[in-house]
Structures are given as structure tokens and as C-alpha cells.
Ligand binder design. Structure first.
Ligand code: CS2
Length: 498
């Protein structure tokens, strides 16, 4: 098939008309953004119009940008479930480029008064935040260079330099909307931008700080949709369904959710037309999602990888992994959250198991297991502290951290298998740079010396020791024994072998 997806191509799926202008600048043109915010924005423009087209900025890779330019900025979202695959073309992007190739353009676009919202999906690792110091990571060479001046390369540097320029160019209102899996992601982003400004001389930062107070908002939001990486197989399937070639389709599950604080200084699209919920309870939605979904997801990914399975549905199909997921949800994560109004936790949990079990989607254990050093810092410390307050021991969270360490920093002589080896993690080198003697030593290095998951966890000696002991069990007797031991310690019977 040689025809490619373009406006005017004859297809099995409708192509929406091109947006009249761009009001959104998006940083992080990955699959998640294209299957989530773009889809809601398409629904909003279908319902109410508006010049809310999106200029998409990829951080480094040219792949998606080049393909989008060749395809009139069209791509398809393939909603994949065991019932089949359906296609939609959001068609909301008006332009795209790569920040690393054109960092000055990000600053200029942020200052452009036509842009009234900047959205972010730069991953937990993209905020230049140090869990250890609990502040902007000024020791990071990229942040340090951005503070010295020149075209900024960190996301926080780009946002701040863009807002400084915008303040100087008339100070039109704008909202900065984080769509990453971070708790209080709006105020977190605001704090980092302000911290960047506070590192600068007063003469350079005063106008921008006053502008932030006056005309910039940082709403928090909870985003949810499982979006695996695209595979060549999916690309071929989409071409067969579409009738033309789309080089950058995105696979996604049917479930989607977006809860947002309604604080948009420069106006916003009618995202509710796509099902977004505007609420003052975003914090409760975030805790629900980051702990119940993401926290349990991490456990399933690390246990699955250590059991040698490639995907999340393969992992949750293993009886003891399913039992561990159920136990962590019910005994360790659920007691740490309060349901937002109108959300039924039992139904939410039932949905989670159906979503993790979506075998047609093939979400990889290595994808969910990547960047655990940053992700787990959001997912585990709060529930651990709350478990101790209740007088309970979070055995399954300890197992999550032990399985993470077994995957990312396997002790000498232990092979965690190919799916663990495929996980990327910014702390891999720091964790493996120093030889450790046994589980407790490695757990102490990660949690206490490097403070990977923040200061509070570093002081919880009983937790650190338990992580170390479970790591020894994984290494010496296998992950199955560690699961059985954790389930029995938590008072849940391990499933008997069929
Ligand atoms: C996953 C998330 O990779 C991960 O850590 O837990 O990407 C998850 O699939 C999304 O947050 C679902 O909304």
C-alpha cells in the first residue's frame, strides 16, 4: 500500500476539518498526548469550535514530527480491545517540531499571545525535580546551563524562559497544564518554575514573578488512559483498516478519564464535550489513580518481568501476581485514598483488572517498569507512611520496591531476564556503581543513601530492611517465594498451584 494518510485521501474514517488556529502549545509529543488530550480537544472543537489547535513539540526524537509533517499532521488513534480495533483521527495538530533542534522556538511560542494554554506530558522524569532534595535539581548540568542563559533545554527552563518573554511582551494570560502522573502536578510545576526564577538575579525575575501572580494559572489534572508503544504489527493493522498508510498510529485502551481544575487564565476548550470532568477534587482523583492504578501497575510490571513474561496481561494472568495485585490494592493502597464524589471504588477496581487484562493491547512490562526510580517516588511513600500510622506493615509495597531493585540493579550472579534488562531508568548507573553486599545493603543504598523515594521513606528502617530481605528471597529462592512470603505476611493466602 503506497498512499499515505493526508487531507483529501479517501479513507474508511472521517477526517475532521483543519482547526482555524492554534491556541495550545504541547510539550511532549508522545503517544499518550496523542491518544488523550488531542482526542478531548477534537471533541471540544467538534462541539464548540474555537481556535484550539495544538502545536506539538517533541523533546528530542524527529520520528513523529517528520511523519506528521508528511501526513498533514494527521494520525489515527486505534482503540484496541478483545472486541476489535476502532479508528479515530483527531486532526487537531496544526504544526510540530523538535525542541532540541529549535529550543528558541519553544520560548517564542510560549510568548505568542495566540497561545493561551501550554500542556505538558514530559513524564515524571521530565520535571528536573530531585526526590532527594525535594526541590528543583539545580545540580543537573542541563538545569544549571539553562539558569546561566542561552536557549533552554530542560522543560522547566523552557517554560520559565517562555513566561519571562511573555511577561515582557505584554503579559497575556496563560494556563500551564501538567498532564503527567505526579501528585498535585499543577502546583508542583508552578513551584519548579518559581524556583527557577528565584535562582536568577532579582532584576531578571521580578517582572516574571509579578506576572505569574497576576495572569498565569497552573491547574492540576489527573489523566488516565493506557497507551502502549506502537508496534509494526499495529501500524500494518491500521493501514489495512484505514485504506492508506499511517506511519504513526497510536494504540490505546477504550477507557479514558481526565479530571481537571477549572482555572484557565486564558480560557479553554470545551473538553467536557469529550467527557473530561472539571472538579475541585483533582487531588482525590490523583491519589486514586497514582496509587490504585499506577502503584499496582508497577508491582505487576516488576513481578511479571521477573517471572519472564513480556506483557501486563500475561503478568496479571499469573494467579500469584493477581493475588499480590489484589492484596496491595485492598490492604495497602485503598485505605490510603478517599474516593472523589461520584466515584465507586469497588467498580473502579473491577475496571482496573479488566484494563490490565486487555490482552489485545499488549502493554509491555518493560514499559511500565521503566523510570521506576522516579515513578515509585510518587506512588509509594505516602501509602507506606499511612500504613505505619494505621499500625500495619505494607508488605506488598515492600515487595514492589524489592522487585524493582531486582530488575534494575540485579545483584552479581542474578539474571532478572530480558524484560527487566529492557527497562530504562535514570538511576540504573547510580545504583550499580557501588558493589553492594546482599539485599539489605542494596536497599539501604537506594532508599537511604540515594534517597530515591524521598526523605520520609529513608527513615523507615523496618521498611528498608524488609525490602532488603525480600530482595534476598528473590535472588536466592525466586520471585515466586517472595510473592508467597509477602502474601502470607500480609495475611492473604497465596493461591495454590492449579
Ligand atoms: C503506567 C502508566 O508506565 C506506567 O508507569 O503505570 O503509564 C499508566 O499506563 C497510565 O498512567 C494510565 O493512565
Amino acid at each position: 500500500m503506497s498512499a499515505i494518510l493526508r487531507r483529501g485521501a479517501s479513507l474508511s474514517t472521517a477526517i475532521p476539518s483543519a482547526p482555524s488556529g492554534a491556541g495550545i502549545l504541547h510539550l511532549g509529543l508522545g503517544s499518550f498526548h496523542r491518544a488523550h488530550q488531542a482526542v478531548y480537544t477534537a471533541a471540544a472543537m467538534r462541539a464548540e469550535g474555537g481556535d484550539w489547535g495544538i502545536v506539538g513539540v517533541a523533546s528530542r526524537s524527529r520520528r513523529v514530527v517528520d511523519a506528521l509533517h508528511a501526513q498533514d499532521h494527521l494520525y489515527s488513534v486505534a482503540t484496541v480491545s478483545p472486541a476489535g480495533t476502532t479508528l479515530d483521527i483527531p486532526g487537531v495538530h496544526t504544526d510540530s517540531y523538535v525542541a532540541a533542534d529549535d529550543p528558541a522556538r519553544v520560548v517564542a511560542d510560549l510568548a505568542d499571545p495566540r497561545i493561551r494554554i501550554a500542556t505538558l506530558t514530559v513524564t515524571e522524569n521530565g520535571y528536573s525535580y530531585s526526590n532527594a532534595t525535594q526541590r528543583l535539581d539545580v545540580a543537573d548540568p542541563i538545569v544549571a546551563a539553562d539558569l546561566r542563559g542561552g536557549a533552554p533545554r530542560s522543560t522547566i527552563g523552557q517554560l520559565t524562559r517562555g513566561l519571562q518573554r511573555r511577561a515582557a511582551a505584554g503579559g497575556e494570560p496563560i494556563a500551564i497544564l501538567s498532564c503527567d502522573n505526579l501528585l498535585s502536578n499543577g502546583s508542583h510545576t508552578e513551584k519548579l518554575v518559581r524556583a527557577f526564577l528565584q535562582e536568577l538575579p532579582d532584576a531578571e525575575s521580578a517582572d516574571a514573578l509579578a506576572y505569574l501572580d497576576r495572569a498565569v494559572t497552573f491547574p492540576s489534572s489527573m489523566v488516565d488512559r493506557i497507551v502502549p508503544s506502537t508496534t509494526p504489527e499495529l501500524t500494518d493493522r491500521v493501514a489495512a483498516l484505514l485504506g492508506v498508510r499511517d506511519e504513526v498510529p497510536v494504540p490505546a485502551e477504550p477507557f479514558t478519564m481526565w479530571a481537571i481544575e477549572d482555572r484557565f487564565a486564558g480560557g479553554r476548550p470545551a473538553w467536557e464535550a469529550g467527557g473530561a470532568v472539571f472538579t475541585d477534587e483533582v487531588g482525590a482523583y490523583e491519589l486514586l489513580k497514582v496509587r490504585l492504578l499506577n502503584g499496582t501497575h508497577s508491582l505487576i510490571a516488576y513481578l511479571g518481568a521477573l517471572r519472564g513474561v513480556p506483557t501486563i496481561p500475561d503478568a496479571i494472568a499469573l494467579a500469584d501476581v493477581e493475588a499480590a495485585a489484589t492484596a496491595i490494592l485492598r490492604s495497602e493502597y485503598e485505605p490510603s485514598v478517599t474516593a472523589p464524589r461520584g466515584v465507586d471504588i469497588a467498580a473502579y477496581e473491577r475496571d482496573l483488572f479488566a484494563r490490565w487484562g486487555n490482552s489485545a493491547l499488549g502493554h509491555r512490562t518493560s514499559q511500565v517498569g521503566s523510570d521506576g526510580s522516579v515513578k515509585l517516588g510518587q506512588r509509594v511513600p505516602g501509602p507506606v507512611a499511612q500504613a505505619f500510622e494505621r499500625g500495619e506493615f505494607p508488605h506488598l509495597i515492600a515487595l514492589t520496591v524489592a522487585a524493582y531493585l531486582a530488575c534494575i540493579a540485579p545483584p552479581a550472579g542474578f539474571d532478572p531476564g530480558p524484560h527487566a534488562a529492557a527497562m530504562t531508568d535514570p538511576a540504573r548507573e547510580r545504583l550499580t556503581a557501588v558493589a553492594t553486599r546482599g539485599g539489605r545493603d542494596l536497599a539501604a543504598r537506594a532508599i537511604v543513601d540515594l534517597q530515591l523515594f524521598g526523605e520520609d521513606l529513608a527513615h523507615r528502617t523496618a521498611f528498608v530492611d524488609r525490602v532488603g530481605d525480600l530482595l534476598d528471597t528473590i535472588v536466592e529462592r525466586g520471585v515466586d517465594s517472595a510473592i508467597a512470603e509477602s502474601l502470607s505476611a500480609s495475611g492473604t493466602l497465596a493461591p495454590t498451584a492449579p
